[in-house]
Design a protein around this ligand. Sequence first.
Ligand SMILES: C[S@@+](CC[C@H](N)C(=O)[O-])C[C@H]1O[C@@H](n2cnc3c(N)ncnc32)[C@H](O)[C@@H]1O
Length: 171
Amino acid sequence: MQILIGVVALLIIGVALLWVLVPALYGLPPVSTSRERIRRALELANPQAGETMYDLGCGHGRVLVMAAKEFGLNAVGIEAGPVQCAVSWMNALRNGVSSKVRIEARDFYKSNLRGADIVFAYLTSDHGDRLQEKLKRELQPGVRVVTVSFGLPGWDAATFDREQLIYLYKL
Ligand SMILES: C[S@@+](CC[C@H](N)C(=O)[O-])C[C@H]1O[C@@H](n2cnc3c(N)ncnc32)[C@H](O)[C@@H]1O
């Protein structure tokens, strides 16, 4: 019995460490955007049902679920943290949108974003330069990019929500 308790405790500690450490290695806390802010960001992007949205660093999948459930989008989450990926997947399942949600467990800088109609990113300004180069290389004309709490250097925002710190860019 004591061995079983020890194994379960070790498992819990391992999962908790992975949950915090992987995002930290990528320089970000595993913190979700508020629902109100996500809704506002998605509305700014003028989503059309059936379009595809990518969330760069999807965390616990809150953006994916709202995009699929409220806006009828196909949602792709790219996330480095294995615990976050598992939680995102369960979140999509629990909300009945798993058929519209795909999760890629990897570094989004190594992923191809060519299928996106909308790109969502809640990151920090440290990502600005590297990310804007990738977006410029891979995104097609007409794609909308919404960034929360950071802007893309050298890009002119089509809309800027000062209160919520949300930028909308149109390619
Ligand atoms: C601030 S959270 C945002 C979560 C979610 N997008 C939201 O708005 O609720 C950032 C997430 O990005 C992930 N992340 C950071 N850099 C990444 C990278 N290069 N590739 C994949 N995931 C990354 C972190 O693990 C973390 O879960």
